[in-house]
Design a protein around this ligand. Structure first.
Ligand code: ZN
Length: 159
């Protein structure tokens, strides 16, 4: 992982020097540095994770509007581990939430679908055209045909 503490503008040249070989472009520089390598990395701010107690770049923390600095207290890695460990519990809670708010959620989803129908259609088309999904669908159709064929053969035998 790329880690650098950069606070002053004189560090900019230094950073450029460091990043020369990593093939990363500096997009924007002020108090924060945003570096692009497919995604943004803000490297000037560091923060301690409340779970693993490691000091890490702020880009390793998810956003949280209600917190003091606008970021979560636990790092993305710890959150990922939590999700893996508590998969069933999270699923159960989500289901309970759904049951308790079924009407509101249904209405919300309906409104969203109506508003974003074009976007949804594009997403669906992209999903259908994904190579793995294409293969899956092909296999599924094949299985259905084979099942039908079996039924037909059975009927023929009966007659
Ligand atoms: Zn952590």
């Amino acid at each position: 992982m790329l880690v650098a503490k950069v606070v002053t503008s004189s560090d900019k040249t230094k950073l450029r020097e460091v990043l020369k070989d990593v093939k990363i472009k500096i997009l924007y520089f002020e108090n924060n540095i945003k570096v692009i390598s497919g995604r943004y990395i803000q490297m000037s701010e560091f923060k301690m994770c409340c779970a693993c107690k490691n000091e890490q770049p702020i880009c390793n923390f998810g956003k949280l509007k209600t917190s003091k600095d606008g970021y979560r207290y636990d790092c993305k890695n710890c959150r990922k581990n939590y999700r893996i460990k508590n998969k069933e519990l999270i699923k159960q809670r989500q289901h309970e939430y759904y049951l308790n708010n079924k009407d509101i959620l249904t209405e919300k989803n309906k409104l969203y679908r109506e508003k974003n129908i074009d976007k949804i259609n594009v997403q669906r088309k992209e999903y259908r055209n994904r190579p793995d999904i294409k293969e899956y669908t092909k296999q599924k159709i094949k299985n259905i045909f084979q099942l039908e064929k079996k039924k037909y053969v059975n009927v023929e035998k009966l007659i």
